[in-house]
Design a protein around this ligand. Structure first.
Ligand code: PGA
Length: 233
């Protein structure tokens, strides 16, 4: 592990209505305080829910909770119907953008080059890209990125076979991949994603700088349990 603080990102994917987001935030507000020391947390809702979470972050005392997007357009503002650009996000205080999630690569056919263009867009406005990679294409993805932006990225190692199924990879399995990612990307924060849960996060603590959490972030209580486990070593 490097000397970065732990970053834990809640990736809600295409889940939740506004009412469900509001009840998550309400439940969270009741339990949060003890969980935040020493952790940086980011919440990645869908685009229509960003403003709701943004408002909540304003009024509560939540300095170490940040807002993230799950994707970003590879293009600047302009005639790109349906795309959300970094310009559209101005004023929402977006700190992180997931780019190249395996679900984007799989269902939306994103290429390493498109992911690299998204990274460029994000860093131009000071949004930190969280580049998601599997072991087999980490190197190719890094090669598509400008050397200067590599060091501005966070990298999330997400083995495909561990996503969304409660079959997390063991610490022994991920250790050599994370080491290789650090060789390729340099001194960046590396997160693990793939069924991260309260029951398993402790085993990775000496290896990674945090977690990208999907299904265990959907309920405020399971996410709170994960944070508790990550905090208490
Ligand atoms: P999971 O998802 O925690 O549900 O495995 C992680 C991710 O895909 O970001």
């Amino acid at each position: 592990m490097s000397d970065h603080s732990q970053l834990i990102v809640a990736n809600w994917k295409s889940n939740k209505t506004i009412a469900e987001v509001e009840s998550w935030l309400k439940e969270w507000s009741a339990t949060k305080t003890a969980l935040l020391s020493g952790l940086e947390i980011a919440i990645a809702p869908t685009y229509p829910h960003l403003a709701v979470v943004h408002q909540w972050l304003q009024k509560d005392d939540l300095a170490n909770v940040k807002l993230a997007v799950q994707d970003i357009s590879p293009f600047p503002a302009g005639s790109y119907t349906g795309a959300v650009t970094v310009a559209n996000l101005e004023g929402l205080n977006i700190k992180y953008a997931l780019v190249g999630h395996s679900e984007r690569r799989r269902y939306f056919h994103e290429t390493h080059t498109e992911v690299a263009n998204k990274v460029e867009q994000a860093v131009q406005v000071g949004i930190t890209p969280i580049v998601c990679v599997d072991a087999e294409y980490a190197e190719l993805q890094a090669a598509a990125l400008d050397r200067d932006v590599l060091k501005k990225c966070v990298v999330a190692y997400e083995p495909l076979e561990a996503i969304g199924n409660d079959h997390n990879q063991s610490a022994t399995e991920i250790e050599p991949v994370v080491r290789r990612i650090r060789e390729i990307f340099g001194s960046v924060r590396v997160l693990y994603g793939g069924s991260a849960a309260a029951e398993n996060v402790r085993e990775y603590r000496s290896i990674v700088d945090g977690f990208l959490v999907g299904h265990k972030s959907l309920q405020a209580d399971s996410f709170a349990a994960l944070l508790t486990a990550a905090t208490h070593q």
